[in-house]
Design a protein around this ligand. Structure first.
Ligand SMILES: [Zn+2]
Length: 423
């Protein structure tokens, strides 16, 4: 006899077929039968009348590697039907951390995961030590992390040895079970990489059957070039590419979604395996420092904080932002579109916009941003509203798109927040 029978549910089987009313019988932890014939018996019966029964959802793009160690039951996901998460996105992974470099990685990821303890680990050790979680977790190696380990925050091309080192670390991660490499070319230090560096890593992916996912170099004024760059890595290496959270950010770029999707469709017609994911919001989240032109971060956190105090830096920032808008996010209407989410050293400001803080301090908004970063040691995380609903909906309708939360697994007892439960 089956151990479990779910009776009379509306079954959506994930094949694309229309929903139908039926029973599902489970034996030895596996689905034994899906049937429209009523009358099955089981040790335990659940009445599914009026309910939808579907395979577990895959959250294709998350950062739950930052929270699952604290929220292993992932209630925010599992209660909404998500049973698998793909983590390690946008170039950020918690491993590897080489001897003497755990602190560097911890500081780098502090605006995303201030609660995590970073210790020296290979990718294999990291996966072994990862706790048992209610969701299946699919890991990726992050390009930022590999580059940090190989060459710190240097703004230059890697030497042959450094490139080989990154390739070896990627290989180790893939052999340990990572499905691929993620990049986050929109910010440092990964953004210092040329396309050639990504192609060199792509060849390693090819050898191991790995995939490439990319938070592209620019999601605003140069988003078309950036999407083409990601596609070209896949095309050059013969690997699957996933464009992370496809969007057109910044008021100058609104309305271009169909044309941007056309780039993906054209590549697919050429035989490139390329898809995209999307979080269905007009707002994004990122460390505050990543909104500024990338040159401000050269040399790492301490160098950035020292630089931000200088009037010349602020003048140059003002000039660049007036000309181009924000790094990766483009032009916003005002700093009221940027809201503090996580502020490890000034938690009292969480929920306030940078515009409101500037008014409160009777200070220029850009000076306020610079001051704030210094006060918060560069660790501030923000929400930025920089997309238009029309583009979000156009991308959402594309058959090449999979929905991902870009959030983290949350739980009533651990860490909480919006994208992780709202998507
Ligand atoms: Zn991203």
């Amino acid at each position: 006899m089956d151990e479990l029978l779910i009776r009379g549910a509306q079954i959506v089987d994930g094949s694309g077929a229309p929903a139908f009313t039926g029973d599902v019988g489970i034996r030895d932890g596996r689905i034994r039968v899906v049937t429209t014939e009523p009358g099955g018996q089981a040790q335990r019966v659940i009445d599914g009348t009026g309910l939808v029964l579907a395979p577990g959802f895959i959250d294709i793009h998350t950062h739950s590697d930052f929270t699952l160690p604290l929220n292993p039951r992932a209630e925010g996901k599992i209660r909404q039907g998500v049973t698998t998460e793909v983590v390690g996105n946008c170039g950020f992974s918690v491993a590897p951390a080489l001897p003497g470099k755990a602190e560097l990685l911890g500081d780098y990821l502090a605006a995303s995961a201030p609660w995590l303890e970073f210790r020296e680990t290979s990718f294999a050790q990291y996966m072994d030590a990862f706790p048992a979680t209610s969701v299946n977790t699919i890991m990726q190696a992050g390009h930022h992390t590999l580059r940090l380990m190989a060459m710190g925050t240097d703004d230059r091309a890697p030497s042959d040895d450094e490139l080989r080192h990154m390739q070896e670390m990627l290989e180790e991660a893939l052999q340990a079970g990572a499905i691929g490499l993620s990049s986050g070319l929109f910010t440092t230090p990964g953004g210092y990489a040329s396309s050639d560096e990504m192609i060199a890593l792509g060849h390693v992916l090819r050898r191991h059957g790995g995939a490439y996912s990319s938070h592209v170099r620019d999601e605003a004024n140069r988003v078309f070039d950036a999407v083409r760059e990601a596609i070209s890595v896949g095309e050059n290496c013969g690997i699957h590419v996933q464009i992370a959270h496809l969007k057109l950010s910044g008021t100058d770029n609104w309305g271009g979604a169909s044309e941007l999707l056309g780039e993906i469709e054209a590549a697919r017609e050429r035989g490139v395996e390329v898809d995209c994911d999307q979080y269905p919001y007009t707002a994004a989240t990122n460390p505050l420092r990543n909104l500024l032109p990338t040159w401000v971060q050269a040399g790492g956190m301490a160098a950035m904080l020292a630089r931000l105090a200088e009037p010349e830096t602020r003048q140059r920032l003002r000039h660049d932002i007036e000309a181009q808008g924000l790094n990766n996010f483009g032009r916003i209407a005002s700093w009221d579109d940027v809201r503090i989410a996580i502020s490890p050293h000034q938690p009292q400001y969480a929920g306030k916009t940078m515009g409101a803080i500037a008014r409160e301090r009777d200070c220029d908004p850009l000076d306020t941003v610079c001051d704030y970063l210094i006060e918060d040691q560069g660790h501030t995380r923000i929400l930025i509203t920089s997309m238009t609903e029309e583009d979000v909906q156009t991308i959402l309708r594309s058959p090449t798109m999979l929905v991902g939360s870009d959030g983290t697994s949350l739980a009533p007892y651990g860490i909480t927040g919006q994208a992780g439960v709202g998507t």
